[in-house]
Every structure is written in structure tokens, then in C-alpha cells.
Design a protein around this ligand. Structure first.
Ligand SMILES: NC(=O)c1ccc[n+]([C@@H]2O[C@H](COP(=O)([O-])OP(=O)(O)OC[C@H]3O[C@@H](n4cnc5c(N)ncnc54)[C@H](OP(=O)(O)O)[C@@H]3O)[C@@H](O)[C@H]2O)c1
Length: 500
């Protein structure tokens, strides 16, 4: 635009909606630019001397492959001695030899199947781990170990053992290892904790068919953010790193050949960026490609993401099932990697220009309008969905779902209110709590005013995973089975008698 040309909102004046979009677009692009600038500044600055800033030793968990291996090499290249923790003794020895011969740093190994935390065996290894850490100036902890198995499955299809294992490794073990290392850091007044989260829980609205995986990663992010605030003043930097896809065995080769490939860094590239980010903020996605995805994600409406991810993961599920069947049929097909299906084609969504569109504006101006429009559309859709939800007719929950509901902790607070509300809506209730007297009292209150049935199960929920807990679980399942039989027999009875 030359000096003689009028400023866009002079003659003729642009309509108010147009200027609002420009403003929204400007705000949105300012936010993106500030993030981009912060990222560029961080990339340009001299890398932190992690060894001097935090201490000469680091603990890395889950390092026999993928990101963990690359992180361990990156830290060793920066002169940090390593305590290596993984579940395969032979692999650990080999890796330890490679690292110390390549980078001349000291290493110690702890063989630890992290899925055993909370068991007697796990407690024994945890003591060994504490002994290994004891007396060392551990400055950096990288909680990297994680599992996504059994991969894409509906929640009810997954074997309970598999997701309990996932919870133990991704969440419980990470907490215990942090608890073992942190007191030393507090005493020394310096340290950094890096927890591997995932963009699946932070940048995306849902991650269907990987529900437990994404939920454990959500825990990791919240755990890290809160610890960051708690320990910042004590000289300890806690950070959750939440990448999108990184090219490891957790992500299939087909992802690397689909449209998403340019956004999938190698584990080494990831580790280089990750090491630079240590100590900078409670949550980050260290590579430039992931930063870009992170900035663009809020523009896409949640419903669109939900739909795309559900389709992609359902295709993965089918592929996995085929592979499982093939494996069962032929041992020769038993390979570790499987092909997943992020081949979702990006659809271009260009809107036709309407007559009211002001013409002859400069390109930067129209770009702001488009950005503003996209952002406003995303906000409006959210608001609209919320208003529609508030205005809709009350659903007949009993008819829609079933005649029975299970409520845990129904004896006080929100649990009690929820149980009463469900009973008012005609549900029979299975009430689960650890106090028999309170349960009976709640059951009596519910039955006294309403024509519903109740059953009570005394269950201390902190016993889940123990033999006693399994017994109570069986009891609840049996009651639900009984309830299901009633639900399915009841309509049959009605059909049967309708004919008479
Ligand atoms: N790759 C991605 O796209 C991506 C994206 C977001 C977040 N992440 C997260 O990044 C971390 C590393 O993932 P990755 O892609 O590098 O996966 P990976 O290649 O499968 O590595 C996982 C590591 O964890 C170890 N591990 C698994 N179960 C264990 C257990 N019970 N006890 C001890 N160690 C165990 C594995 O050891 P073995 O090899 O001996 O089984 C392996 O060394 C994970 O926390 C993951 O959730 C990855």
C-alpha cells in the first residue's frame, strides 16, 4: 500500500462485522506471533549447561528404544552421568556400555519393570533404585517410560490387565520415581524433572480408543504443572513435554508416509529440541513442527477433531485386529510394529465469497479477516453447542440407558445428590461405599420417598487391584449382570403379554 492509498477502514467505511473479524484475527495472530517469537528466541539462545545448572547425574526411565534412548544419548553428549532404568537387563547392559564408551560418562543401571510398582516385588526394586540414587547429585530426572498398548480399542474391549499395566507405568511409576528423586533435589536446592506427556491430552479435545493412554498423560501434565508451581522457589524446574507424533515404534511407519509425515520428527531431533527446553516453563512441545500444530489446533472445532480421530483410530483398530488374527494364524507374521492409519486426507474448506465482502482491501487485511472468521466460528460453534444443550428437552435417562445405575460414594456430598437425582428420574440404584451403616441409611432415604429398588455393596475403593478388591468388583459385576437380565427380560415380558 502506498502513502497516497487510503487506510482500509476509511473510504468507503467497512462494515462493523468486518472490522470485528479483523480485530479478532489481529488478536489471534498476535498470540501466535508471540508464541512463535518466544520459540525462536529460545532456539537462538545459547543452550543451558544442564550439568552445571542442575547437577552431574541424570535418571532416565524407559530408554531401550525411541525417545528415551535419544534423550539418554543427548544428556550423555552434554557430559551428564546416567542412571538408566528399564525392564530388560541385557538391553540395559548393552546400552550402558555404548553410552559410556561413546561419551565417556559414568553409568549405573537399575532393572525395573515399572508395571510392578505398588506390588511387593516393585517395592523391593524401588528400594534398590533409592539406594542407587542415594548420595549422588541427581540433577535431571527424565520420566520417559510409557506404554500405549493395547493400542486402539474401545474401552470395554481392552483387557483390564493391560490398562492397569498402562496406568501403573504411565502414572503410578512416574509418581513414585519422582517421589524418590525429588527430596534429594530439594535438599541440594537444584534440579529438573522432565515428564513425558502427550499432545493427545493437551492439544486435542479427545483421543478416542486410546482413552486410558490419553487420560494417564493428562495426569502427567497436571502433576507437572502443579509441581512446577510448588518447587519453582526451591530451585527445581518441573516440566511436562507434550509432543505430537515422534517417529518411534509407538508410531507406525504408515504415519511417516501420510500427510502428517512432515510434522513427525525423529527421536534424535526430538531429543535435541527437548534438551534445549528443559527448565523453560511447566508445559512445552519442543519441536518447531509440533509448535505449529499446537498453534493451529484451537482453530479446528472440537467436533471435527473428535470425528477425524475416531475415524482414524477405528481404522487402526481394524488393522490391529487383522494383524492379531494373522499372528494367531502364523507365527511368522508376528512382528512388533503394526501399521496404523493416519491417512486421513486433509480437506480444504474454502468458503465462497459472499456479495457483502468488501473488495480491494490489502492481502494482510483479508488474512486477518480470515483468521478472525475462523476463530470466531470455532468460538460460536462451542457456544451454540452449549446453548443447544441447555435448551434441549430433558432426556428420559432410564429409557435411553437402562433401569439400573451404579453410584460410588453415595452417602454424602455430590454422590448423595447424584444418587437422589437418579432415583428421582426412576433409576434403581447399586450403591457402593465402604461404610455399611451410612450405605443403609442412604438406601432407606432413597427408598422411603421414591418407588425404586436399591442394592448396596460395601467396597473400599482403595482396595482395587488387591484380592479383596477383586471380590467386591465381582460382586458389583454380578449385581449389574442381574440388573441387565432384568432389563432385557422386562421388555420380553411386555412383548409376550402384549399379545394376550
Ligand atoms: N512416539 C510418540 O509419538 C509419542 C508422542 C507423545 C508422547 N510419547 C511418550 O514418550 C515416551 C516415550 O515413547 P516412545 O515413543 O519412545 O516409545 P517406545 O519406543 O515404545 O519406548 C518406551 C520405553 O518405555 C519402556 N517401558 C515400557 N514399559 C516399561 C516398563 N514396564 N518398565 C520399564 N520400562 C518400560 C520401554 O522399554 P522396552 O523397550 O524394554 O519395552 C521403552 O524403552 C512415552 O511416555 C510416550 O507415551 C510418545
Amino acid at each position: 500500500m502506498t502513502a497516497s492509498q487510503p487506510w482500509p477502514w476509511h473510504e468507503p467505511p467497512a462494515p462493523a462485522w468486518f472490522l470485528t473479524l479483523v480485530l479478532l484475527g489481529a488478536v489471534y495472530s498476535a498470540v501466535i506471533s508471540i508464541r512463535g517469537l518466544a520459540y525462536v528466541l529460545l532456539c537462538l539462545r545459547r543452550p543451558k549447561d544442564l550439568c552445571r545448572r542442575y547437577g552431574p547425574w541424570a535418571v532416565v526411565t524407559g530408554l531401550t528404544s525411541g525417545i528415551g534412548w535419544s534423550m539418554a544419548m543427548e544428556l550423555a553428549a552434554r557430559g551428564i552421568n546416567l542412571i538408566l532404568l528399564d525392564l530388560d537387563a541385557a538391553n540395559l547392559r548393552e546400552i550402558s556400555d555404548v553410552i559410556s564408551s561413546r561419551h565417556g560418562v559414568k553409568t549405573r543401571t537399575v532393572v525395573f519393570d515399572l508395571s510392578l510398582v505398588g506390588t511387593a516385588q516393585g517395592d523391593k526394586v524401588m528400594r534398590r533404585f533409592r539406594d542407587a540414587v542415594d548420595g549422588l547429585d541427581v540433577g535431571v530426572l527424565v520420566n520417559n517410560a510409557g506404554v500405549a498398548r493395547p493400542y486402539a480399542l474401545f474401552f470395554h474391549e481392552a483387557d483390564a490387565e493391560a490398562w492397569v499395566r498402562m496406568i501403573r507405568v504411565n502414572l503410578w511409576a512416574l509418581t513414585e520415581v519422582t517421589a524418590a528423586v525429588l527430596p534429594g533435589m530439594v535438599a541440594r536446592g537444584h534440579g529438573a524433572v522432565v515428564n513425558m506427556g502427550s499432545a493427545s491430552s493437551e492439544a486435542l479435545p479427545s483421543f478416542p480408543l486410546y482413552t486410558i493412554y490419553a487420560s494417564t498423560k493428562r495426569y502427567v501434565a497436571q502433576f507437572s504443572r502443579s509441581l512446577y508451581v510448588e518447587y519453582k522457589s526451591k530451585g527445581i524446574d518441573v516440566q511436562c513435554q507434550a509432543p505430537f507424533f515422534v517417529a518411534t515404534r509407538m508410531v507406525s511407519r504408515s504415519a511417516l508416509t501420510s500427510w502428517i509425515a512432515p510434522f513427525v520428527p525423529t527421536a534424535d531431533a526430538y531429543a535435541r529440541a527437548a534438551a534445549r527446553w528443559i527448565g523453560y516453563g511447566p508445559l512445552c512441545s519442543p519441536t518447531a513442527a509440533h509448535q505449529l500444530l499446537w498453534c493451529l489446533a484451537p482453530i479446528v472445532p472440537d467436533a471435527a477433531f473428535d470425528w477425524i480421530l475416531l475415524q482414524a483410530h477405528q481404522r487402526q483398530r481394524v488393522t490391529i485386529q487383522k494383524i492379531k488374527a494373522a499372528r494367531a494364524a502364523s507365527a511368522s507374521l508376528g512382528r512388533k510394529n503394526f501399521s496404523n492409519c493416519y491417512g486421513v486426507k486433509a480437506e480444504s474448506l474454502l468458503m465462497a465469497a459472499c456479495n457483502a465482502w468488501p473488495r480491494n482491501e490489502p492481502a494482510w487485511f483479508l488474512t486477518l479477516v480470515l483468521l478472525g472468521a475462523a476463530y470466531a466460528a470455532a468460538l460460536s460453534i462451542r457456544l451454540l453447542v452449549y446453548v443447544a444443550l441447555c435448551l434441549r428437552r430433558l432426556r428420559d435417562l432410564r429409557r435411553r440407558y437402562s433401569a439400573w445405575a451404579v453410584v460410588t460414594s453415595p452417602t454424602s456430598g455430590m454422590g448423595r445428590s447424584m444418587a437422589l437425582e437418579l432415583a428421582r428420574r426412576g433409576f434403581n440404584l447399586v450403591l457402593v461405599d465402604l461404610n455399611t451403616a451410612n450405605l443403609e441409611e442412604t438406601s432407606d432415604v432413597i427408598k422411603s420417598g421414591l418407588d425404586v429398588k436399591t442394592k448396596t455393596v460395601v467396597f473400599d475403593l482403595s482396595l482395587v487391584g488387591t484380592a479383596q478388591g477383586k471380590l467386591a468388583h465381582t460382586l458389583v459385576s454380578t449385581l449389574m449382570l442381574y440388573a441387565l437380565v432384568v432389563i432385557y427380560l422386562y421388555p420380553l415380558k411386555r412383548i409376550f403379554y402384549a399379545g394376550h
